[in-house]
Design a protein around this ligand. Structure first.
Ligand code: B4P
Length: 190
């Protein structure tokens, strides 16, 4: 199984590069952001709770995310070659939960692709997306709190995965295709 975690700040290109990885390697895509947005659209109990956190740029509590992820993982199609985790894990407890969940299913994280992008570029991309996405979190105030949350709660994961020898840094500036070339090279070298 090829299990890839795509890691990076909001706006670093996780969703964008995930789409390309899926087409090339036939992996199953799990984006916690997409699942949460679908729950919000359907007005579920989880969606209502998530909406409050997302609109403020905060992370949805770990226990809700971990339960949600376990269900999505078990619902995936049989026979897939692996999974791409997009936007998960975002905290150390989530990373520990993922390790345990995968070990229980006889597998593990193969690599963590870290998209490294300068802050000004992140803000620029998200503001641009905000003009068309209609997302409640793509406005300047919420983007700033998302970046703050990212620095405080998510960046410690980089060291977690460096210690596990799984972290592959990728220069995430430039064209989508040139970044994908670097991503592909990292995957081919696993
Ligand atoms: P996500 O949906 O994961 O949103 P994101 O971090 O903003 O990343 P996204 O994938 O959308 O952006 P991308 O970088 O691809 O999460 C949304 C919220 O849900 C979180 O803030 C949190 O509240 C909650 N949540 C999700 N997962 C959670 C978890 N595990 N735990 C707790 N809470 C959770 O792209 C951004 C833009 O840049 C796009 O418009 C794209 O077109 C553009 N772009 C990409 N690459 C580019 C390039 N090379 N050049 C120019 N533009 C580029």
């Amino acid at each position: 199984m090829l299990n890839i975690v795509i890691f990076g700040a909001p706006g670093s290109g996780k969703g964008t590069q995930s789409e390309k990885i899926i087409s090339k390697y036939g992996l199953h895509h799990i984006s916690t952001g997409d699942v949460l947005r679908s729950e919000m659209k359907n007005g579920t109990e989880l969606g209502k709770i998530a909406e409050e956190y997302i609109a403020k740029g905060q992370l949805v509590p770990d226990e809700l995310i971990v339960d949600m992820l376990a269900k999505v993982l078990d619902a995936k199609k049989e026979g897939v070659k692996g999974v791409i985790f997009d936007g998960f894990p975002r905290t150390i407890p989530q990373a520990e939960a993922l390790k345990k969940m995968l070990a229980e299913r006889g597998t593990e994280v193969s690599a963590v692709i870290g998209l490294e992008v300068e802050e000004a570029e992140l803000i620029d991309r998200l503001l641009k997306r905000g003009q068309i996405s209609g997302r409640s979190d793509d406005n300047l105030e919420t983007i700033k709190s998302r970046l703050d949350v990212y620095h405080k709660q998510t960046t410690p994961l980089k060291d977690f995965y460096i210690k596990e020898k799984k972290y592959k840094p990728i220069h995430g500036m430039g064209s989508v295709d040139s970044i994908f070339e670097a991503v592909t090279e990292a995957i081919e070298n696993l």
